[in-house]
Design a protein around this ligand. Structure first.
Ligand code: FES
Ligand code: FE2
Length: 403
């Protein structure tokens, strides 16, 4: 599975973590590897193995100077490609430094994130053409959250439409923050959606159909793109989505995005996304660790649980985290009992496992080579049709025109 992930560009950091040339380097851990990220004097991004190739001191303490990161232990200096460009503790005529090839990964900025590619250089793919990356920065909000659980455990929450009817339920939907004109009653009124899954060459899309009292159907269609991108049908514009990147087996980063395809986000929207009430919880200052955690029971309020919302926990992001982390870092999946509402989770596990197996037989994942496959949208609509086939449309407008 690690090899499969190494076929894709992986979101790793927010761009403001490396704001300017020669700014302080930042520790980074991805796919179980300890790394250090920096921006050199000419503004280029570098991602290096954290342990200095000389005797292993952490390059995090290094001096970021004159187009390279210099280890403070004995002064070896590395450029963004992992070349040792200076070795001041060896004789001036020594060619030892030319024998050093330090682990270095390419990094690119895309959609206000820094992405890293950790796979074979000859297979470096295009960047995925996700709509939230393509819009101007003014149209987009992105953030990340550290989660103490395996990435798959966290990702599966986004492939589980049924949980929204319970975990995120408010007893009085009118009191919900930021309803944005959406009638959440449709989502909360019918709690057992009918799920339909369709595998695609980029991953899968699945539809959750809820039958309404008036005979119509409320559909939510979620996109899932390899390795772990999801586009979740929001109530209205802006749209939102996320991806889950393994730090190691027992930790991951959730990257969250919200965007409007056709206009800048308003100040009110930005304030709201940063408020701690959405998918992004309130963080311990200077970190991406939420203040609420398993250690303090996510500040659960039992009175609110009786009167205000289903969980008594504040914020959909924290509600998701509480469930995902409370399973333990990696839950023993043989103890699960999966039902019909879990078919999207089952399908995603199969697709990932099959993709990894195929890769081990030399068959590359088609999505890695074709960034254009990522140019899709999720969907949220009320329709009179029960048939999923009518819902495969590229936009809400197109769908509504069709029905
Ligand atoms: S350990 Fe880095 S230069 Fe010696
Ligand atoms: Fe959720």
């Amino acid at each position: 599975m690690g090899e499969l992930f190494r076929r894709f560009w992986l979101p790793a950091m927010l761009d403001f973590e490396l704001p300017s040339p020669d700014c302080p380097p930042v520790r980074l851990r991805l796919l179980g590897e300890s790394l250090v990220a920096f921006r050199d004097t000419s503004g280029q991004l570098g991602v290096l193995a954290d342990n200095c190739p000389h005797r292993g001191a952490s390059l995090f303490f290094g001096r970021n100077e004159d187009n390279g990161l210099r280890c403070v232990y004995h002064g070896w200096k590395l450029d963004i490609d992992g070349n040792c460009v200076d070795m001041p503790n060896e004789p001036a005529d020594s060619d030892f430094k030319h024998k050093i090839h330090h682990t270095a990964y390419p990094a690119k900025e895309w959609g206000n994130l820094i992405w890293v590619y950790m796979g074979p250089p000859q297979r470096q793919p295009e960047l995925p053409q996700l709509e939230w990356c393509r819009v101007p920065a003014s149209h987009r909000f992105v953030y990340k959250t550290h989660i103490r659980a395996n990435y798959m455990q966290a990702l599966e929450g986004a492939l589980d439409s049924a949980h929204a009817s319970f975990l995120h339920r408010w007893f009085d939907p009118d009191s919900m923050p930021n309803r944005r004109g959406f009638d959440f009653r449709r989502m909360f009124s019918t709690v057992a959606p009918t799920l339909t899954v369709q595998e695609t060459n980029y991953g899968m899309l699945y539809g959750a159909r809820r039958a309404m009292d008036d005979g119509s159907f409320h559909w939510r269609v979620t996109q899932w793109m390899l390795p772990t991108h999801t586009l979740i049908p929001g109530p209205n514009w802006p749209k939102f989505g996320g991806c889950w990147i393994p730090i190691d087996d027992e930790h991951c980063y959730q990257f969250y995005n919200a965007y409007a395809p056709d206009r800048p986000l308003t100040d009110e929207e930005r304030t709201y996304y940063a408020s701690g009430l959405t998918a992004v919880p309130k963080m311990v200052p200077g970190t991406f660790h939420p203040e609420a955690s398993l250690d303090n029971d996510y500040f659960i309020d039992r009175q609110h649980q009786k009167t205000r919302n289903y969980t008594g926990i504040t914020g959909s992001g924290l509600e998701d985290m509480a469930m995902v982390e409370s399973m333990g870092p990696i839950y023993e999946r043989t103890r699960e009992h999966l039902g019909t509402s879990d078919i999207a989770i089952i399908a995603a596990r199969r697709i990932l496992l099959n993709s990894a197996r195929r890769l081990s037989q030399g068959i590359e994942p088609p999505a890695a080579a074709n960034g254009g496959l990522y140019a899709v949208r999720p969907l949220n609509a009320d329709v009179i049709h029960a048939d999923f086939g009518t819902l495969v449309a590229t936009s809400q407008e197109e769908l509504l025109a069709r029905v």
